[in-house]
Design a protein around this ligand. Structure first.
Ligand code: NDP
Length: 287
């Protein structure tokens, strides 16, 4: 691919985070801008929490096209923006900001990105029950999108069951499908596992090589899909268990890719060049 050429016409998209050096989004988004011949460049911006308000003002002051937002700013940035999408409002978190002539619109493409990857895989809402492990920020985004799209019933399984119950209270009204909260030992409940079409890990457990919780993998139906929002190590500890009993797996690269593609379209108004984006992301992750 030709090197990026910066001219007087170049517009900037950024990503706010702290830390930020690990992000692979610049590779993916710059490949997309180049593929579409758009005069945009995507850069990492290290924003300390104490500077978040000033950083948001700089989106207007520097006439940025917009930004992605990552840890630890996704929730804190909400109060600094001018308007929010329905998803961002429901999740209380933003991962994409669009600068519309100084009006800052916040959206959250994490859940829709997750959903898009399920659709691409071919899992329809009526295929069976969902077990969602974890009740943090990513679980919230995934749950909102699943319920709005008609997936369910959903059982949220979490170490701190009160956090899972809080999600049930907040979101069960989004759908007629039941939503339940259970502690971690539910992962060994044979009857629950046997009804599952999709089991999602949205916790950070496994990120540093820790062993995943005991889970009765073999009780799941043969066509049950195991989806880890993590993508390192490859395969993750959660997905290793699924592979041992020959179940299908997806990992967090799919969600990362699709949330990025949706953000690209929000900034540019054009469909994302999916092939180029995916190739660039995989190269950046494995290169
Ligand atoms: P949060 O901190 O909001 O939530 C963490 C969740 O993990 C909670 O449910 C927490 O349980 C649980 N947890 C953490 N440590 C343990 C442990 N030792 N034992 C049991 N449960 C534990 O994190 P996020 O939801 O924002 O992110 C979770 C992971 O998802 C991150 O590692 C992130 O990288 C990944 N992610 C991937 C994305 C992608 O695009 N692929 C997008 C977003 C996130 P409790 O409530 O009991 O504390």
């Amino acid at each position: 691919m030709a090197p990026l050429s910066i001219t007087g016409q170049t517009r900037i998209v950024g990503i706010f985070g702290d830390p930020i050096a690990h992000t692979r989004s610049p590779a993916m988004q710059n490949a997309a801008f180049q593929a579409c011949k758009l005069p945009y460049v995507y850069v990492p911006l290290l924003v300390h929490p104490s500077n978040l308000s000033r950083a948001v003002h700089s989106i207007r002051a520097l006439n940025l096209v917009g930004v992605n937002v990552t840890v630890p700013h996704k929730e804190h940035i909400v109060r600094h923006l001018d308007s929010l999408s329905e998803e961002a409002t429901l999740c209380g978190a933003v991962n994409t900001v669009v600068n519309r002539d100084g009006h800052l619109f916040g959206d959250n493409t994490d859940g829709r990105g997750f959903l898009q990857s399920l659709k691409e895989y071919g899992l329809s809402p009526k295929q069976g029950e969902i077990i969602l492990i974890g009740a943090g920020g990513s679980a919230r985004a995934v749950l909102v999108s699943l319920l709005r799209a008609g997936y369910g019933p959903v059982t949220i399984v979490n170490r701190t069951v009160t956090n899972a119950k809080a999600l049930v209270r907040k979101f069960q009204g989004l759908s007629k499908r039941p939503v339940h909260a259970r502690p971690l030992d539910a992962l060994q409940d044979t009857a629950l596992l046997q009804r599952a079409a999709l089991i999602i890990n949205s916790t950070s457990v496994g990120l540093h090589g820790e062993k995943f919780f005991p889970l009765a993998y073999a009780e799941s139906p043969r066509n049950c899909l195991f989806y880890d929002l993590l993508y390192r190590p490859e395969p993750t500890s959660f997905l290793q268990g699924a592979l041992k009993v020959k179940r299908t797996i997806l990992d967090g690269r799919e969600m990362l890719f699709h949330q990025g593609a949706l953000a690209f379209s929000l900034w540019t108004g054009v469909p994302a060049p999916l092939t180029e984006m995916k190739r660039a992301l995989l190269r950046a992750l494995h290169g």
